[in-house]
Design a protein around this ligand. Structure first.
Ligand code: AMP
Length: 211
């Protein structure tokens, strides 16, 4: 089988990060994630573009999308170095979707379906270990070690106010993207409310039958 080229879609908190990690391990392909790439470049100077803010981090902390010209370049660069990949966090709107079509062809657009209430609950309870990068949840997955628990932090954009804004922005921009892939006959939906292992079984089977 050639290396699969997969797009993973779903709202913030739907489990894209977890399932992308499973996919990249199992199929030995790259994980390209715009959220992580932008977090690593939060302070990048984009003042020459003459836009609302001068750094990606300011858009992110407001729950808004970072401008297309910044994100397109990050994705183009990453795709040019990958054979197979899981693309995560991009495209977030129809303009990005058509930009992506000029960069590569996809085998599959995989959509993780999770209800709005569950998304808010997952995101506002999410905590990060700044030393290891591991992700926990105050209720679903608390750390066993007290030292780890004491140093956990919340991502700047996982506060309730920003989460609600991110979900609103997601619905407004990304729902047309989902319809776009449905019409292109590339979309497969997986129930993202099952346990992570059950979701992974469904994800793996869906990829295997689509590639
Ligand atoms: P995420 O980790 O995917 O939820 O992304 C965190 C933040 O990064 C988003 O709220 C946006 O501000 C920004 N971001 C990530 N991917 C994109 C994208 N494709 N287009 C614009 N902004 C993005």
């Amino acid at each position: 089988m050639a290396s699969p080229r997969i797009l993973i879609l779903g709202a913030p908190g739907a489990g894209k990060g977890t399932q992308s990690a499973n996919i990249t391990d199992h199929f030995d392909i790259e994980h390209i994630t715009t959220g992580d790439a932008l977090r690593a470049n939060k302070e990048m100077d984009i003042s020459h573009l003459g836009l609302e803010y001068d750094t990606p981090g300011e858009y992110m902390n407001a729950g808004e999308l970072v401008p297309d010209e910044v994100v397109n370049e990050i994705v183009d660069e990453a795709l040019s170095q990958a054979d197979g990949f899981v693309l995560d966090g991009y495209p977030r709107n129809l303009k990005q979707a058509s930009e992506l079509e000029s960069m590569t062809e996809l085998d599959l657009a995989l959509m993780l379906d999770v209800s709005e209430d569950e998304l808010v609950h997952r995101l506002t309870g999410r905590r990060l270990d700044p030393e290891t990068g591991d992700i926990y949840h105050v209720e679903y997955n608390p750390p066993e070690d007290d030292d780890v628990e004491a140093r956990l932090v919340q991502r700047d954009d996982d506060t309730e106010e920003t989460v609600k804004e991110r979900l609103r922005v997601y619905r407004e921009n990304t729902e047309p993207v989902i319809e776009h892939y449905e019409e292109a006959d590339l979309l497969e939906r997986v129930d993202g409310e099952k346990t992570p292992d059950q979701v992974w079984d469904d994800v793996r089977e869906t990829i295997e039958s689509a590639t």
